[in-house]
Design a protein around this ligand. Structure first.
Ligand code: NAD
Length: 417
């Protein structure tokens, strides 16, 4: 993943004509922390894990990014994802830098008490480098609102009442209305804007999704509410299709109970991987990274791809989509609705004033729309694809902020407001 994120960075750096030194400064993380996490297991044996927090850049504000609990968590992945967060927060122009981290544990093998102890121990080790004005973690793979509440609690034990130290908290405990569906809502808005560029609306558009978890299910629901037809969904167990459109509310209820779309009675079963090459207008990968590759990119039939998942497209596939004139709305833009509403949660915590859902929806719409238009405008000016344009915009803003804080010449970056 680190290599892929560097590839996209370098494409934009070339377009921006950044010197090697500037590139190095922009890419090198601000701080990398690796800690040992030793706790007692339920059977009396010690549990041993390693936790990471990579803080990539803070030139535009406190660093922001998720905490992932997964055996694959390591320094390289955390660095790649922290760097992506820096560009993402800059692209949607919210006052944050980027960070990411996690623990190399497998929550499926842990009891709730073990997870609680691991979280507390980890926070004990990183509490000096996180904080409402420093670095604000959030949920990511296998972490959730409950874990964020534990982090808030442990941090507050040391520094006093500090709900703004994490986002993605339970709504009853200083979380924000609308956070749960925010990424899916952002995906829907980005798609709507993309269709507008082709003088189309969501009405009647045929959509296939890989993944029907938090992001996929909310995106599907909101797209269907606006007249889109969800014709196929694939998840970790199987796929389900219906040419006339799946009944999304029924599918959501089914998945809540069965934890998969497989076996849903409102459609026909198919092999999950086939969803990526399904006959549709829009493909939304909303599950895993690296699923669109040189092997399947030529078979993709959608004319628009909305990257709801992080890094679903390999650079080789990206080149193929560009050649085939398939519009790819990149992850750094398409899935930025989540971090945007996290920003609203942080703002509410600092203001100690709760916003109503309608305000959240309106502000999210404004931010996603402005970001989409800015990326589109950059793509036209630089005659490039949306991903490169988004990276140029994000990197340009970060470079400008970095240089503004020093006595270096800014002239090259004046366009990056
Ligand atoms: P989730 O755990 O709620 O859902 C994941 C979905 O992916 C499930 O439907 C699961 O069945 C499916 N899946 C897992 N393995 C699969 C496989 N091998 N083939 C097909 N489907 C498979 O996760 P989520 O929160 O919806 O996140 C999905 C993606 O979006 C991830 O890449 C995540 O990093 C990214 N993302 C999430 C958010 C957020 O706010 N949740 C924000 C930004 C990016």
């Amino acid at each position: 993943m680190l290599e892929e994120s560097r590839y996209y960075f370098q494409k934009a750096a070339k377009a921006l004509d950044l010197s090697d030194k500037t590139q190095k400064i922009l890419l090198t993380p601000y701080r990398v922390v690796k800690v040992e996490v030793v706790t007692d297991g339920h059977d009396g044996e010690w549990l041993h894990h390693v936790g990471y927090r990579v803080q990539h850049d803070n030139s535009r504000g406190p660093m922001k990014g998720g905490l992932r609990y997964h055996p694959s968590v390591d320094e390289d992945d955390a660095t790649a994802l922290a760097t992506l967060m820096t560009w993402k927060t800059a692209i949607v122009n919210i006052p944050y830098g980027g960070a990411k981290g996690g623990i190399n544990c497998n929550p499926q093998e842990l009891t709730d008490k073990e997870l609680f102890d691991i979280t507390h121990e980890f926070v004990g080790h990183i509490r000096e480098i996180i904080g409402p004005n420093l670095d604000i973690p959030a949920p990511d793979v296998n972490t959730n609102a409950d874990i964020m509440a534990w982090i808030m609690d442990e941090y507050s034990n040391h520094y006093g009442f500090s709900p703004a130290v994490v986002t993605g908290k339970p709504v009853h405990l200083f979380g924000s209305e609308g956070r749960e569906e925010a990424t899916g809502r952002g995906v829907m808005i980005a798609l709507e804007k993309a269709l507008e560029t082709q003088h189309k609306s969501l009405k009647g558009i045929r959509v296939a999704l890989q993944g029907f978890g938090n992001v996929g299910s909310h995106a599907a629901r909101l797209i269907a509410e606006k007249g889109g037809r969800i014709v196929a969904v694939g998840d970790h167990k199987g796929g389900i299709e219906n040419k006339d459109g799946l009944d999304v509310s029924k599918l959501i209820a089914y998945v809540k109970e069965h934890k998969t779309v497989s076996g849903f009675a409102g459609g026909n079963a198919f092999k999950s991987e086939d969803v990526l090459t399904w006959d549709c207008d829009v493909l939304i990968p909303a599950a895993l990274g690296g699923v669109l590759t040189a092997e399947n990119a030529n078979d993709v039939r959608a004319s628009i791809i909305v990257e709801a998942a992080n890094a679903p497209t390999t650079p080789e596939a990206d080149e193929i989509f560009h050649r085939r004139n398939i519009m790819v709305i990149p992850d750094v833009l398409a899935n930025a609705g989540g971090v945007t509403v996290s920003y609203f949660e942080w703002a509410q915590n600092i203001q100690q004033f709760k916003w109503e859902l309608e305000r959240i929806h309106n502000e999210l719409y404004k931010i996603m729309t402005r970001a989409f238009e800015a990326v589109l405008d950059m793509a036209k000016r630089k005659q490039t694809d949306l991903r490169t344009a988004a990276y140029i915009l994000g990197i340009g803003r970060v470079a400008r902020a970095t240089l503004s804080r020093t006595h270096h010449s800014l002239s090259k970056f004046e366009q990056f407001d």
